[in-house]
Ligand binder design. Structure first.
Ligand code: ATP
Ligand code: MG
Length: 309
């Protein structure tokens, strides 16, 4: 089966001489949710804009379900829905007309029932006769999503969809995204909210300075890089760590009352069971303990920091 999206050696240098994308290769399977993470200016919007035909690439190719975005532009574009990062919605048109018109742009027959369903899914149906300019910012964003869905795209790009939206919309949106995925729609979203990527994505890509640093199954990424931290509170303060514990990279702090241990959940020899046994053997009594999973955020920050050093 062809991939939903196949990106090969994609680069973009803008007229200013700035290279916003640098040799990106990325294959996206049908029906997956991919979250693209990256700091401001990383190249996320540039990547999406090229795929959607809004920006010309400097090198490389992109195929949307096998259709080249340049040679076969109309077919490729019709398969894509885009919710852009910037809103351009100051119009006198009503919500209903705007969304219906979007569908027509792709040569699709009118489908009032579908438009109604989309508006209901986004809690916009009550506003269907309102003019766009009379809506709040969050509602305008809902309209942008409705517009992007109106022609029943197979691939949906959401560029920072939750920037500046309230908790309700965020929940509505994720519910909708998951439902779309269940119908086979492929979803690519960018976000600065790492918890969101962690919650919703099947795979996570990290992009920085135009380079795709990694693309990994979310669960695999968490497992591979996911380390845990164990904090032990001691019954009595220690002046220094006992010799018998030298195998473990431990930190002693808080006047000798606290030991911190970073460990790999996959390792058994240096796992916490063996550490606790070694502590007991060395006569150290533990009062309390706490463990913390390394988050995707830590992983992301360490990757980006490593790269910029
Ligand atoms: N039209 C343009 N002309 C010149 N440079 C541009 C243009 N659009 C973007 N850039 C530059 O390309 C780089 C990547 O920008 P891009 O918008 O792709 O980043 P981003 O990852 O989407 O960032 P953000 O998280 O802030 O949305 C930035 O340095 C930006 O200034
Ligand atoms: Mg952007």
């Amino acid at each position: 089966m062809t991939n939903a999206l196949s990106i090969k050696n994609l680069s973009k240098t803008y007229d200013t001489g700035l290279t916003a994308l640098n040799g990106v290769d990325l294959d996206i399977r049908r029906g997956e949710i991919l979250a693209l993470l990256g700091p401001n200016g990383a190249g996320k919007t540039t990547l999406i804009s090229i795929v959607c035909g809004l920006v010309n690439p400097s090198t490389g190719t992109v195929a949307v379900e096998g259709h080249d975005i340049i040679q076969d532009y109309r077919k490729a574009r019709a398969l894509i829905g885009l919710v852009p990062q910037e809103l351009h919605t100051e119009t006198f048109e009503t919500v209903w007309d705007t969304v219906s018109y979007s569908r027509g742009l792709f040569g699709k027959k009118p489908a009032p029932q579908l438009v109604e369903q989309i508006l209901k899914d986004l809690s916009l149906f009550e506003k269907k006769d309102s003019k766009i300019m009379a809506l709040s910012g969050g509602m305008k964003r809902r309209v942008m999503i409705a517009k992007a869905l109106a022609h029943e795209p197979r691939i949906l790009f959401l560029d920072e969809p939750t920037a500046g939206v309230d908790v309700e919309l965020r929940k509505d949106m994720w519910r909708l995204v998951k439902r779309l995925r269940d119908t086979g729609v492929t979803i690519i979203l960018t976000t600065h909210y790492i918890e969101e990527a962690e919650e919703i994505a099947d795979r996570v890509g990290v992009i920085n300075r135009g380079r795709l640093l990694l693309v990994e199954d979310k669960a695999e990424l968490m497992r591979k890089l996911g380390q845990k931290q164990l904090v032990l509170e001691l019954q009595k303060p220690l002046e220094q760590l006992p010799e018998a514990l030298s195998d473990y990279a431990l930190e002693l702090s808080d006047g000798g009352t606290r030991i911190t241990y970073h460990y790999d959940t996959q390792a058994t020899r240096t796992g916490i069971a063996s550490l606790l046994a070694a502590l007991a053997g060395a006569g150290v009594t533990v009062k309390d303990l706490d463990t913390e999973q390394r988050s995707l955020e830590d992983i992301f920050v360490s990757l980006v920091v490593e790269e910029s050093q």
